[in-house]
Design a protein around this ligand. Structure first.
Ligand code: UD1
Ligand code: CA
Length: 508
């Protein structure tokens, strides 16, 4: 096998550090950018170069970190670092664990769990150059304006890399060096194994420095080289919340740009946030102030936004989703949602269907061509095809203790303000009158009416609201005061003496 066609023997991701500057109860590498934890980004890049094994070194908050990593990447080997501090010790622990199944042979890559923008492309390039040049060690470096804190790359007069000096151990002259160690390397496994045995804690920090391996490899006759990147973001770690936010913004800028290059129109990249886990098709249009999270996918020709936040939502081809907050929903092809719509998990809207303004939906399957156009709630329900749900309809799915289902057929037309008191079923082609409260099943083709017959108390305003603007205008329109005995015979309609409205279902 040629080195170009196979991944490295192993990637070791270092993640034992404490991350105190984050000032958080959450371990640093579990903080997220672009919808993935920092360590999630590191694992993704590592997996993309197809290593035969992947190990992650833990210590600080090890149980939390281990559980998180096992969830993301069950095949990753979790290695515990002991109380000996330093990156050298971390790598040694990982190598020992990886060697348990027979000593590793070939390239071992080391990365950090808190460097989220490192791309699989740059990692692959590092491995390729390392193997092509048959190096003992190849270190990824960058030239920074402010190199303070970093290990500095030491080079001989002819430019060959001779070693790395940690900031705290460096002379004033060495601190002038602006080429820094990113902490990301490709090693020959045998060289690494042999050198780590010789690494001591005899330095300013009393740690086992992985960086000492470069000098040791050279002394043993190995070739040591550097790959210099111009892209400082790819080697930047997130140490505090300011860096976390800057890395998050840059991650997003790159994600949005990549989607635009893949054929997605993004009207306003500055206000569009797309997680690393989202999938978009060609000719999708994203309007300003839109956030796409989690496993959201948007199919061809769909338009999403403005002012829309979707998490784990599937948007079908040609669908329109305007000013919507949705999660766990599926929107069919050429369907429309919004504006001002709240889609909760389990919402499935069929092709060409509609969930319109000021609607909330949850756990509802809506068939092809059915429309819930304005003002309502549909939950725990099933609605057939080509049904029109009138304005203000509500599924009363909760009896105070349990949830119940509403099943509405196809070709149904419901009047405004219909309430479905679940469990209840409405047959195909049925109608309901405005204001109906549906407590009993409605057979196919029936018209369900449940409101009391309307009665007009003629002249009531003139006798009960004399002198009011209403009374004056009513009289101008030809209304007259009721004949007194008729008025007396009728129950008063003013609010002070009107009895509480009888509950519809108890009337008969
Ligand atoms: C290290 C490098 C330095 C480089 C810098 C880049 C060494 C000795 N120094 O600095 O040359 O410029 O990274 O950021 O390697 N970690 C462990 N176990 C440990 C210590 C650290 O797993 O005992 C992990 C951390 O979780 C982190 C990474 O190693 O992911 C780097 O640790 P950090 O303390 O940030 O780096 P430095 O040692 O300061
Ligand atoms: Ca660091």
């Amino acid at each position: 096998m040629s080195p170009e066609t196979t991944g490295p023997a192993a990637v070791i991701v270092l993640a034992a550090g404490a991350g105190t500057r984050m000032k958080s109860r959450t371990p640093k590498i579990l903080h997220e950018i672009g919808g993935l934890s920092l360590v999630g980004h590191a694992l993704r890049a590592a997996r993309t170069i197809d290593p035969r094994q992947l190990a992650l070194v833990v210590r600080h908050e090890r149980d939390l970190v281990a559980a998180h990593v096992s969830g993301l990447d069950p095949a990753a080997l979790i290695v515990d670092q002991d109380e000996v501090p330093g990156t050298g010790r971390a790598v040694q622990a990982a190598l020992e664990a990886l060697d348990a199944g027979g000593p590793l042979d070939g390239t071992v890559v080391v990365t950090y769990g808190d460097v989220p923008l490192l791309s699989a492309e740059l990692l692959a390039e590092l491995v390729l150059i390392h193997e092509h040049e048959r190096n003992a060690v190849t270190v990824l470096t960058a030239v920074l304006d402010n190199a303070a804190g970093y290990g500095r790359i030491l080079r001989a007069a002819d430019g060959t890399v001779t070693g790395i000096r940690e900031h705290k151990d460096a002379s004033d002259e060495e601190r002038e060096i602006r080429e820094i160690n990113s902490g990301i390397y490709a090693f020959d496994a045998a060289v690494l194994r042999d050198a780590l045995v010789q690494v001591t804690t005899d330095n300013a920090q009393g740690e086992m420095y992985l960086t000492d391996v470069l000098g040791l490899a050279r002394s043993a006759g190995g070739r040591v080289a550097a790959v210099v990147t111009n892209d400082r973001w790819q080697v930047e770690g997130a140490n505090d919340r300011v860096q976390l936010s800057a890395l998050g913004a840059e991650h997003n800028r790159r994600t949005v740009e990549a989607w635009m290059r893949a054929g997605v129109t993004v009207v306003d990249p500055a206000t569009t946030w797309i997680d690393a886990t989202v999938t978009l098709a060609e000719d999708v249009r994203i309007l300003p102030n839109t956030q796409l999270h989690g496993a959201t996918t948007v199919a061809r020709d769909a338009v999403v936004g403005p002012d829309t936040t979707l998490t784990d939502v599937t948007v079908g081809e040609g669908a329109k989703v305007t000013r919507t907050h949705g999660s766990g929903a599926t929107i069919g092809a050429n369907a429309s949602v919004g504006p001002f719509t709240y889609l909760r998990p389990g919402t499935v809207l069929g092709e060409t269907g509609k969930i319109g303004a000021f609607y909330e939906t949850k756990n509802v399957t809506i068939g092809r061509g059915s429309k819930l156009s304005h003002l309502g709630y549909a939950g725990d329900a099933e609605i057939g095809e080509d049904t029109n749900i009138g304005c203000g309809n509500i599924t009363a799915n909760y009896d105070g203790e349990n949830k119940h289902r509403t099943v509405i057929g196809s070709g149904v037309r419901t009047g405004s303000n219909t309430v479905f008191v679940a469990p209840v079923q409405v047959g195909d082609g049925a109608y309901s009158g405005a204001g109906a409260v549906i407590r009993q099943d409605v057979p196919a083709g029936a018209l369900a009416i449940s409101v009391a017959k309307q009665r007009n108390a003629e002249g009531w305003v003139i006798s009960h609201r004399p002198g009011s603007i209403s009374a004056v205008l009513a009289e101008a329109a030809g209304a007259t005061a009721p004949v007194s005995e008729t008025a007396a015979a009728q129950p008063p309609l003013d609010s002070s003496s009107t009895p509480a409205p009888t509950e519809e279902g108890k009337q008969s």
